[in-house]
Design a protein around this ligand. Structure first.
Ligand code: AMP
Length: 392
């Protein structure tokens, strides 16, 4: 697969698909990490005197009302600060204004096109990889770099579409290269290799469990998904989250790999799904009918730490409790702290787990915090990633 350094981009019009899908509240960017992570590729192109034309999606656009809150202009301003140069922002995804602006570009200019998903208002053209749209976008440049790791598992017009119209003239950028290099450590992991899984539903992680259970020494399970496993073992879990459809999968996997799958031994429980009540820590065989488990308990945390102590490689996807409530983010935060304090080599699979590390100011101490949760999950499932296949 071609890398950015394999392409001739000197003085060229370089189209770059970035992932600027950053969290925004009240018009303010809450975390600019994805923009920061895109700088290496952009700066490399600028050093090569290229004209840099950037594409990204932001949020989901299903109706007119979604346009204003998913406007990329705020990203262009932040990018401009980070690059320390003007970023030309075009509030269109196609048309004369965009074409003229590109024709007027000088070498080393940077232009950002409006949110590619604005095209979704008209028959989901971006998300369904509309061929006419992809052909048009590809016609705007000489070469294409895909550096949006967060959408590598999707076949959209702005990644797979453009690449398929730029055969031999497309490559991956530095961010995707870094993400893939790290994830490739999981192909043949150093042992002991430990997987930590949390989050809501077992069904979202079945593919990962199936793919990693033979490679991993242990899979530590927390979060809402633990209760389906506990129920599969015949325990009463009260009002805790249960993924009924996955019960038989849990029964099967526990039968075959009971020594590898490590479940909670105690739980922080509440009678309401809220942060208001004082919680009670209960052993897993003491959960009452009116209680639900919202975080793993201190004994479970200790148990998990014993499995992590000697681990050579750890991959972690999903929070261990209801991270949105301050009372139930303790286990996730404490385990992150244990891992960073002990310099354990961990790959955080994007999304909530990376946000947790960021909020706890631990992200800089993490071996690798992925910029793509969905993409990492699909990699962990062993699936082919369409964005990469298109470059290959
Ligand atoms: P996921 O997207 O599958 O990683 O799930 C993340 C979500 O799982 C977060 O919104 C958490 O609030 C939720 N979650 C974690 N632990 C629990 C739990 N014990 N009960 C209900 N939801 C949970």
């Amino acid at each position: 697969m071609k890398k950015i350094t394999d392409l001739d981009i000197e003085n060229k019009k370089v189209l770059i698909r970035c992932d600027f899908n950053v969290p925004i509240k009240d018009g303010k960017i809450l975390d600019d990490n994805r923009i920061v992570q895109a700088l290496k590729t952009i700066n490399y192109c600028l050093e090569k005197n290229a004209k840099v034309i950037l594409f990204s999606h932001l949020g989901r656009v299903k109706e007119e009302a979604d346009l204003a809150k998913n406007n990329l202009e705020v990203v262009s301003k932040r990018l401009s600060e980070l690059l320390n140069k003007e970023v030309i922002f075009i509030n269109e995804t196609r048309g004369e204004k965009l074409e003229q602006a590109i024709n007027n570009m000088q070498n080393k200019d940077v232009l950002l096109v409006q949110n590619t998903r604005y095209e979704d208002l008209d028959g989901k053209k971006e998300s369904s990889n509309d061929d006419a749209l992809a052909t048009y976008w590809a016609s705007l440049g000489d070469v294409f770099i895909n550096d949006a790791f967060g959408t590598i598992h999707r076949a959209h017009a702005s990644n797979v579409g453009i690449a398929s119209h730029m055969k031999g003239k497309c490559a991956i950028g530095f961010l995707i290269e870094k993400e893939l290099n790290t994830l490739s450590l999981l192909d043949n992991p150093a042992k002991p290799f430990v997987v930590i899984l949390g989050g809501a539903k077992v069904s979202d992680k079945i593919g990962v469990i199936k793919n990693l259970v033979t490679k991993a020494n242990y899979i530590l399970i927390g979060g809402g998904m633990a209760f389906t496993f506990l129920k599969a073992k015949g325990l009463e879990v009260g009002k805790s989250l249960i993924d009924t459809e996955s019960l038989s999968f849990c029964e099967e996997i526990l039968k075959d790999y009971s020594e590898k799958i490590i479940l909670p031994v105690d739980i922080a429980t509440s009678t309401t799904f809220s942060n208001d009540e004082d919680y009670k820590v209960k052993s897993i065989n003491e959960i009452n009918n009116n209680e639900m488990g919202l975080d793993i308990g201190p004994k479970t945390l200790e148990l998990f730490e014993t499995y992590l102590k000697n681990a050579k490689l750890v991959v972690w996807n999903g929070p261990l409790g209801v991270y949105e409530f301050s009372k139930y983010k303790q286990a996730t935060d404490n385990l992150l702290k244990y891992i960073t304090d002990n310099n354990i080599k961990v790959i955080l699979g994007g999304g909530d787990t990376v946000a947790a590390a960021s909020n706890a100011n631990l992200k800089d101490k993490i071996f690798h915090a992925s910029t793509g949760g969905g993409a990492t999950l699909e990699y962990l499932e062993g699936k082919a990633l369409p964005g990469l296949e298109a470059i290959k």
